[in-house]
Design a protein around this ligand. Structure first.
Ligand code: 5GP
Length: 208
């Protein structure tokens, strides 16, 4: 195992997108997976950058052909992670980050047990509500549905390795950076990056 696979999940409004953007700015070795979705682009979103925007028919065809490592329906839209892209990046030993929901996270962890699961929580339910309303991107019924979904999403925090409470952005970004750095120091990753060193330093004639 050379590259690390990070999964970042959070309820809508926890600040995941900002945190991930800050992480990528501070750590250029991490590459973000661009998901496929049937959701319509929001203002300012670009095809191929924020998401690959596809029709439901295209998505279903891709799913039938096994093109997704994981896929899930979130807020009434379909989302999926490209299997080919992930496998290619993993084979090249690159660090990849997936911004996906808890269902997708479970599917990825079933395929890659060494994946590092990170869950972002808001500091309180009141703050989460305030942030969901404050974004001003969606209609009231959409916000209400997202809040209900957020509560449901947070019930699945138990399936993750690390939890970051996003109270103050700078501290939360620091914590995310630390998790990524610590994950790179895991024995199998270090061994894969420094095979000669491990061989030289750990081979010996006598046993202890
Ligand atoms: P949004 O539409 O607001 O960008 O994302 C809505 C939700 O879909 C978020 O929780 C996000 O993490 C999740 N999501 C985005 N891409 C994927 C994906 O490829 N797979 C899964 N399972 N969830 C995704």
């Amino acid at each position: 195992m050379k590259g690390c696979l990070f999964i970042v999940a959070a309820p809508s409004g926890a600040g995941k997108t900002t945190l991930v953007r800050e992480l990528l700015a501070r750590d250029s070795a991490v590459k973000l997976s661009v998901s496929f979705t049937t959701r319509k682009p929001r203002a300012g979103e670009r095809d191929g950058v924020d998401y690959h925007f596809v029709t439901r028919e295209q998505f279903q065809r891709m799913r039938e052909q096994g093109e997704f490592l994981e896929s899930a329906e979130v807020h009434g839209n379909l989302y999926g992670t490209s299997r080919v892209w992930i496998e290619g990046e993993m084979a090249a030993g690159r660090d990849i980050l997936l911004e996906i929901d808890w269902r997708g996270a479970g599917q990825v962890r079933a395929a890659f047990s060494e994946a590092v699961g990170i869950f972002i929580l808001p500091p309180s339910i009141e703050e989460l509500e305030r942030r969901l309303v404050g974004r001003g991107l969606d209609a009231a019924d959409v916000i209400a549905r997202r809040l209900a979904n957020a509560r449901n999403e947070m019930k699945h925090v138990g399936g993750f390795d690390y939890v970051i409470i996003n109270n103050e952005l700078h501290s939360a970004v620091d914590e995310l950076v630390w998790v990524v750095r610590a994950a790179r120091l895991r024995l199998p990753v270090q061994r894969a990056h420094h095979p000669q060193l491990f061989f030289q330093l750990t081979q010996s004639d006598d046993e202890d």
